[in-house]
Design a binder for this molecule. Structure first.
Ligand code: LFR
Length: 494
């Protein structure tokens, strides 16, 4: 097939981008044509996504993409779990809530305990996160919106609906809802019934690589895209797209998709649904081609970004590069936190929340910004180690190498600390894994690239990767893990 250009729409928690990816003749080349901020809105009803603004950003980006030449197709990925509700006329009922909105706090545990934590895990394989779609819908129970709703659409599916008029639920993202059956890959009537949800709200499932529909005339008018330009369903969960683009060649490779979140784990052929796995907080999300993303959410660069946001509001310098230089010089492993403590999900003042946790665990809290960032990065590296070791145990796998993809792969200090903590070589890159996974699934639908191994070889052959070797042995990290476990009131995953 002739080389072709694909538009990848990739929305993250802090910004959205449209990227044009050219694929063909052994090449893979990306150009970011548009980037726009994603600024959540606080309203009387809680924390929401400004979806019309995001949609406008998508249209502007597709316009820029069309100006670069003919676009073969468009693919959309975003963060997971969040959704919009449509009424019988197909109108959106209110702005989608942000997963960091507080309304599911406490309630999620109640629903889980009522349905039975074990049963929920056996059925869906999903880690318990308070913002899983199933809990958000439980929080909406009895609301005017939910009573009026006829269809629930996850964010990428909602954008696809606005662009094409067609309705579906892409399966990698559907697997993050808590409403998909892990064994059958179909909607779980049992979980819908157990949580009081009308299963009629759940649209037909679709899979990566299938056409969703052509851009509607008003979208073509707004963007200048050619008639008949299709939206192709990709792995619409951003993490699934990122994992598809991990340039791993061996089954003994682990990955960390590192952005707002660190998603650390393994690719498996089948879910691990054991009680141990549930208790350790591991999830079985779906990847492309029937793969399982066996991983845990770790709070990730959110901690760093929120520190910077707080400092900026205080008028302090927040440019990342000097902060990382200061962090590299700061005392190693001086203060540690469990990044997954619920206090870090949405605090008003992240540095204060970090200091409070350090006090809680009996450590002297860092004060200088460089030391705070060092505390965060040491703690993330240690969490990477904990999670990957446990994943290997629970899945019965050996890990010989760690791939870090996503924006965090540009953070040399975090990559080096992860190599040090895990005692494993780290391969960093591509930073644009999500957009690449999005583009490659579209290219594959056109016959320009083969299966998952071939996609990954193409990434390895065309993208710049950096290598980090562990420095020394990891004894210091083992001791640090013991100190952290001993000082924490919640038992951590070892
Ligand atoms: C990463 C991500 C994670 C998901 C979180 C919330 O961007 O998609 O995989 O757990 O956002 O949706």
């Amino acid at each position: 097939a002739e080389p072709a250009a694909f538009a990848a729409v990739d929305l993250g928690a802090t910004s959205g981008r449209v990227i044009v990816g050219r694929v063909g003749r052994g090449g893979l080349d990306l150009t970011e044509v548009h980037r726009f901020p994603n600024t959540p809105l606080r309203l009387p009803t809680g924390l929401h996504w400004n979806l019309p603004a995001l949609y406008q950003g998508v249209l502007d980006g597709l316009g820029e993409a069309a100006r670069t030449g003919r676009i073969a197709s468009v693919g959309i990925d975003t963060w997971a779990v969040d959704y919009g509700l449509l009424d019988a006329d197909g109108a959106l009922l209110g702005l989608p809530h942000h997963y960091r909105d507080e309304r599911t706090r406490g309630l999620a545990e109640g629903v889980r305990d009522q349905v039975g934590a074990r049963r929920m895990y056996e059925a869906t394989g999903l880690q318990h996160l308070p913002f899983n779609t199933v809990f958000q819908l439980a929080a909406a129970r009895g609301s005017a919106q939910l009573r009026t709703a006829r269809t629930m659409l996850l964010i990428p599916d909602l954008l696809t609906y606005w662009l094409t008029g067609s309705v579906g639920a892409e399966i990698t993202n559907a697997s993050t809802t808590g409403l998909l059956d892990a064994a059958t890959g179909t909607w779980s009537r049992e979980m819908a019934a157990a949580t009081g949800l009308d299963p009629g709200l759940l649209p037909p499932l679709t899979g990566p690589g299938t056409p969703a529909g052509a851009l509607l005339p008003y979208v073509r008018a707004a963007t200048g895209a050619a008639a008949g330009t299709p939206v192709v369903t990709v792995a619409s969960h951003d993490t699934a797209s990122a994992v598809a683009a991990v340039p791993a060649t061996a089954a003994s490779a682990a990955y960390i998709s590192c952005g707002t979140w660190s998603l650390a784990g393994l690719e498996l052929d089948a879910p691990v649904l054991s009680e141990e796995s549930r208790a350790a907080g591991f999830t079985n999300e779906r990847g492309i081609d029937g793969t399982v993303r066996y991983l845990r959410n770790i709070m990730g660069m959110w901690l760093v970004e929120e520190c910077r946001r707080t400092w900026a509001a205080q008028g302090r310098p927040v440019t990342l590069a000097p902060l990382l230089t200061a962090a590299a010089r700061a005392e190693p492993l001086a203060a540690l936190i469990d990044p997954d403590a619920p206090d870090f999900l949405a605090p008003d003042d992240m540095p204060a929340a970090i200091a409070a946790r350090c006090v809680h665990t009996g450590r002297r809290p860092p004060t200088e910004p460089g030391a705070v960032i060092r505390c965060v990065l040491d703690s993330l590296a240690l969490a990477h180690r904990r999670v990957l070791r446990r994943a290997a145990e629970l899945a019965g796998r050996d890990i010989t190498r760690v791939h870090i993809v996503g924006g965090g792969s540009r953070n040399a200090l975090l990559c080096q600390l992860t190599a040090d903590a895990t005692g494993l070589p780290v391969v960093a890159g591509p930073a644009e894994a999500t957009a690449i996974g999005n583009v490659l699934v579209q290219a594959r639908a056109r016959g320009l690239v083969g299966g998952l191994p071939e996609m990954r070889q193409l990434v390895a052959a065309t993208q710049q990767l950096r290598h980090y070797r562990p420095r020394g042995d990891s004894r210091g990290w083992t001791a640090a893990q013991h100190r952290l476990t001993a000082g924490t009131e919640h038992p951590l995953v070892q």
